[in-house]
Structure formats: structure tokens, C-alpha cells
Design a protein around this ligand. Structure first.
Ligand code: SF4
Length: 408
């Protein structure tokens, strides 16, 4: 790091102790229709999207470019009906470099861009007042001359300046939304999410608080779908999408990952994996899925392929504001499981036996039933015993209580 003075940000960085938790995490969604919104709805021919990366691993960029519904290519080519063409400014993907790349950022920060723009922030926002004490920066974009030397401009400063003129600020990934791994306990950067960095009453020119799309990395489709929905609203062609009280797209984060898990049937029947690679429910080897709001099992990670539990990894809560500290230690049984998995095992032992009996009879044709044996060359299938037959007789009585049994 350099020893020259870094610029001081206008907005004081909130200390963790100063944050009003009730205000930040209240259960009532905030009013998101701002009568003072400066930006009128479209149609707009183009909308600029400025990518800013704070304390980030770039995984959110990878997730975004892997999206398929819609793909980033459809957004930048303007091929989605009603959605304006997106001019993407991305530090890695852009073909421009140097001054030519930074010029639109400067125009946006000054409020002089000739089209609306959105900010997409990846990574957490580090406390640049710490680095300002000795010079240098935590994360930066572009450079300027300070005391005769070229010095990087902190990304936090771009966020602060540009957010005043942005139609929407989208925090992408858990670091940008809630702070994530860089904001874990005992970190030296005082990192935080975008909504912690901006003033609590922040509203974009469209009247929106910060839009949060968490995940480490997030599902790319969650991002592009939300961007497309916000742009349709900006065009005046669609309603404002529904966001929950934490600014998450409500339709994507209102269910637990457990409800969409391919292993949920094992949980219900009380059978659990004992080690990695087992096919059953992963709750006893550290899965927090029953309480974590995420849709990755339903949607897949990239191109509808993958997703944590689909590929055998327990959920460690990466979409949640409490991640990572509240989900530590990873890969150990969550305490709540003592109650829930014990209950599942108890009722599952009965349910599994009853279902096995039903399955036994449903694996037989009418012909086999009449002839009393199964002409199978693959192996011997036993005949039901008297107790099983009596049980099935009453099962069918209930099954056809209100209708006629076929062939009867
Ligand atoms: Fe639920 Fe996790 Fe088990 Fe899937 S693996 S059923 S998410 S507890």
C-alpha cells in the first residue's frame, strides 16, 4: 500500500454498534414507492449497467455470465421484448480499457450520463476510512493523481457518488447484500453490505432501496431475471417486482431450500446420510436447508445443472444474512436437528413399513394377481402372506370407498 493520503469519503461508514438493528431487520417491508422519485418511467432506448467490485472473489460475475433465463447476452443485445438494451460496463468483460473504460463511470458519478443507469455491486464494501489513515485502499477501480502519484480510487467512493444518480442499486451476492465472508467476525476491514454502507433512507432515482440478490455465489438466473423485471418496470411496461422486507426478490427467496430439495423425501421418511456420498438427506452431516431461504435446488446453479444438495453438499446457509458465523461450525449437525430428525426417524420407521407394503402390491399386474405368481425370469418374487393380503384388502376398501374398482 502507498503512504500517500487516500481521499476521505463523504458518507461516514457506520460502525457495527451504530446500526439500528430494528430498522435494518424489521419484519415489515419498507415503502418502496417514493413520490420523490426523480426518474420518470420509459420508454428508454438503452440503460447502462455499471459493475463495481468490492471485497469480492469474482464468483458473482461468473454466476451472472452463466445465466440462461435470460442470458446476459440477451440483455446486452436488447433481444428481450420490452426490455431496453443494456450497455454493460464490466471491469473484466469490457473491451475498453484505461481512460475510455473509466469515462462513462465518471459521467455517471457526476450525473451527466445521457441515459438511465443501474449499479451492480459485487463483493462487500470495505471501510476505506481505515486505509485512509495510512494511504492505500482495500478495493479500487480507476486511478487519479494524488500528490503527484497515481492512486487507485476506492470502489466505495464510486458507489457513494454514483448511487446518487442511479435508477437502481443492485447488490449481487452475499458479500454485497449482507457483508458475507469479508464481514465475518474479527475481520480487519469493517466490511459491510451495500445497504449498510449507503444511508438507511437511501432511495435510487427510481425511488427504490437497495435490491438484494444473495448467494455465494448467487444463482445467475436469479440475477438476470431480477434485472429484466426491474428494467421492464423502468420502461413502464411492467409492475414493480415484489421484494421482501430485506429487499430480496420475494418470488425467489420465499421458500426454504429444503422444500425444493431432491432429498426431502428421505428426510420425511427419517433416513439420513452418515457420510458424504450417501444418497439420503444430509441434515445430520451439517445441512441447514430446512431454515435457509434459497431456490438453488429447484433452479440449479448454472444452466439448471448442479445446486448444492443435488450434488451432495450440505447447505451452509450462504444466502442468509447470518452467514458465515451463524452457520458455524460447518458440516456438523445443526442443533435443531436433534428435535426434527428424531421426530422424522420415529414416524418414518412406521411410514416406511406401510409404504413398502403398498409398493409391494402396486408392483403386481391384475394378470399376475389372478394366476397367483409372477412369470419373471430375473428372480423369484414372493407371494403376499395372509396378513399382507388382509391389510391390502382393507387398503383397497378405503381406496375405492367413493368410486368403483376398475373391472369390478
Ligand atoms: Fe433438507 Fe438438506 Fe435434507 Fe435436502 S439435504 S432434505 S435441504 S435437510
Amino acid at each position: 500500500m502507498s503512504v500517500v493520503d487516500a481521499p476521505v469519503l463523504e458518507t461516514p461508514i457506520p460502525e457495527i454498534d451504530d446500526v439500528d438493528i430494528d430498522e435494518q431487520n424489521g419484519s415489515t417491508p419498507r415503502e418502496i414507492t417514493n413520490p420523490l422519485a426523480e426518474l420518470s418511467l420509459g420508454p428508454h432506448k438503452v440503460v447502462h449497467a455499471f459493475w463495481l467490485a468490492g471485497m469480492s472473489c469474482d464468483g458473482c460475475s461468473i454466476a451472472a455470465v452463466g445465466a440462461t433465463q435470460p442470458p446476459v447476452e440477451a440483455l446486452v443485445n436488447g433481444t428481450i421484448p420490452g426490455v431496453p438494451k443494456v450497455v454493460l460496463h464490466h471491469p473484466v468483460l469490457d473491451v475498453e480499457a484505461g481512460e475510455a473504460f473509466m469515462h462513462p463511470y465518471e459521467l455517471a458519478a457526476r450525473g451527466e450520463l445521457d441515459a438511465p443507469f443501474v449499479i451492480i455491486f459485487e463483493g462487500s464494501v470495505a471501510d476505506e476510512t481505515i486505509t485512509a489513515q495510512t494511504g492505500g485502499y482495500w478495493s479500487g477501480l480507476g486511478a487519479r493523481e494524488v500528490d503527484g502519484e497515481m492512486q487507485p480510487i476506492p470502489t466505495a467512493e464510486w458507489l457513494e457518488r454514483m448511487s446518487k444518480h442511479a435508477a437502481a442499486v443492485i447488490a449481487l451476492g452475499t458479500c454485497a447484500t449482507w457483508g458475507g465472508i469479508p464481514a465475518a467476525a474479527n475481520n480487519v476491514t469493517n466490511s459491510m453490505g451495500v445497504m449498510d454502507f449507503l444511508p438507511p433512507d437511501y432511495r435510487s432515482t427510481l425511488g427504490l432501496p437497495v435490491v438484494n440478490i444473495p448467494g455465494c455465489a448467487p444463482v445467475g438466473d436469479n440475477f438476470t431475471e431480477t434485472v429484466a423485471a426491474v428494467l421492464l418496470f423502468l420502461q413502464g411496461l411492467g409492475p414493480l417486482p415484489a421484494f421482501d422486507e430485506l429487499g430480496r426478490p420475494a418470488w425467489l427467496f420465499d421458500e426454504t431450500v429444503h422444500r425444493g430439495c431432491t432429498r426431502a423425501g428421505f428426510y420425511e421418511e427419517g433416513t439420513f446420510a452418515e457420510e458424504y456420498g450417501d444418497k439420503e438427506c444430509l441434515v445430520e452431516i451439517g445441512c441447514w436447508g430446512p431454515v435457509v431461504q434459497c431456490n438453488i435446488n429447484k433452479r440449479g446453479a448454472l444452466n439448471h445443472v448442479g445446486g448444492c444438495m443435488n450434488i451432495g453438499a450440505p447447505c451452509i446457509g450462504c444466502t442468509m444474512p447470518g452467514f458465515p458465523d451463524s452457520f458455524a461450525p460447518f458440516y456438523q449437525t445443526p442443533p435443531g436437528t436433534i428435535v426434527s430428525s428424531t421426530a422424522s426417524k420415529t414416524h418414518g420407521s412406521i411410514i416406511r413399513a406401510l409404504r413398502a407394503n403398498t409398493q409391494f402390491f402396486q408392483n403386481r399386474t391384475n394378470r399376475w394377481e389372478k394366476q397367483g405368481h409372477i412369470p419373471d425370469g430375473w428372480g423369484h418374487v414372493r407371494e403376499p402372506n395372509v396378513v399382507e393380503k388382509i391389510g391390502h384388502y382393507f387398503y383397497e376398501k378405503i381406496q375405492f370407498m367413493n368410486s368403483k374398482k376398475p373391472g369390478a
